[in-house]
Design a protein around this ligand. Structure first.
Ligand code: TXA
Ligand code: MG
Length: 313
């Protein structure tokens, strides 16, 4: 159910969940001050309770009171990327953040979104706890129609059109005296390394730093097969690029040299397979590996995985 900004504000203040646009993907928002609403987010999404949420704030000054201390280079990262698609995971002071927002972890993820509606809503209410607004495991929602597909007509939402970036924020985690990569996202790694002045490493241990990375993700119902050798058949459907000719019907991600465009269209393309009840599809895997393509590739790889091949779900 579409609501106005004023209605969304009232609902958030009353402890209800509202889907709202951000510059990355739509988020399922609840006030940080309403733990029962945060509980509702997990229930609505079918999200495992060990997977913490991101806390969206209006300005940098709102973060310090939650934290033991702000890690080195925090201010440099904040100045360069906020408002925008970066989430920073920082150790917090005990008792400052509802345990269910952070899945009981001693740290929390923070982000200042740049979307004007999200930002203004936070300014006029409280910090908003907000995961991506999709059923757990499904591709994120990048337009209002996707919200209705996943949650039905009764979920209140603010319509902000199509999300600009189309993929989620990049997540950095401060641990063991340096920033580590928690999740690839809308800001490419080299751009972040320029600010850090050191290489961004992903810790690949048994207990992932970013619990969400543990689960099946971004997946349509269709079985996807990524390949660089396009099968010479007219049957079926391929997710591919507008500047290429395929023997079968294609759903386009944009031009094969434009990673931003591919990210922008990615989830709508994956969701279109479900809308059309397609059981199997190809993905053209012949694209660059630099910049945002790295994120696009990672999301497509996960979308291609079979449910049983992911641990913990
Ligand atoms: O762009 C985005 O980040 C979107 C929009 C709505 O802001 N949000 C989003 O939230 O993608 P979600 O819940 O789908 O993904 C949050 C990720 C999960 O993988 C979670 O494990 C990780 O953030 N995370 C949150 N708090 C964490 C913490 N304390 N330590 C490690 N990872 C954390
Ligand atoms: Mg998500």
């Amino acid at each position: 159910m579409e609501v106005t900004f004023t209605q969304a504000k009232e609902l958030i203040r009353q402890g209800k969940v509202v889907a709202i646009p951000t510059e990355t993907v739509y988020g399922l928002a609840a006030s940080l001050n309403h733990p029962e609403a945060i509980e509702d987010i997990y229930r609505l999404k079918g999200r495992p309770t060990d997977n913490p949420l991101i806390i969206h704030v209006h300005n940098v000054d709102q973060i310090a009171p939650f934290c033991k201390e702000l890690p080195p280079l925090f201010h440099e990262l904040a100045a360069r990327f906020w408002p925008g698609p970066l989430s920073l995971v920082i150790p917090i002071k005990e008792g400052t953040i509802a345990p269910n927002a952070r899945a009981g972890l001693p740290s929390a993820a923070f982000r200042i979104p740049s979307h004007p509606i999200a930002r203004e809503l936070i300014r006029q209410t409280t910090p908003l706890v907000m995961p991506s607004a999709n059923l757990s495991g499904r591709p994120s929602a990048t337009q209002a129609a996707h919200l209705c597909d996943d949650f039905g007509p009764s979920l209140p939402y603010l319509d902000g059109g199509v999300c600009d970036k189309g993929v989620e924020s990049t997540i950095l985690i401060y641990r063991d005296s340096s920033w580590k990569l928690g999740r690839l996202g809308a800001i490419p790694i080299p751009v972040i390394e320029n600010v850090l002045g050191y290489p961004l490493k992903q810790i690949d241990d048994a207990k992932p730093l970013c619990p969400g990375q543990h689960y099946r993700h971004y997946s349509p119902k269709a079985v996807l097969k990524m390949t660089k050798k396009i099968p010479q058949t007219t049957d079926g459907v391929i997710i591919g690029f507008s500047d290429r000719i395929y023997p079968m019907r294609a759903i386009h991600l944009g031009h094969s040299t434009n990673g931003e465009e591919a990210a922008h269209h990615l989830y709508a393309a994956l969701r279109q397979l479900d809308t059309e009840n397609i059981a199997e599809a190809w993905v053209d895997g012949d694209f660059p590996t630099t910049g945002l393509w790295e994120t696009v590739y990672e999301r497509l790889l996960r979308a291609c995985l079979k449910p049983h091949s992911i641990q913990g779900h």
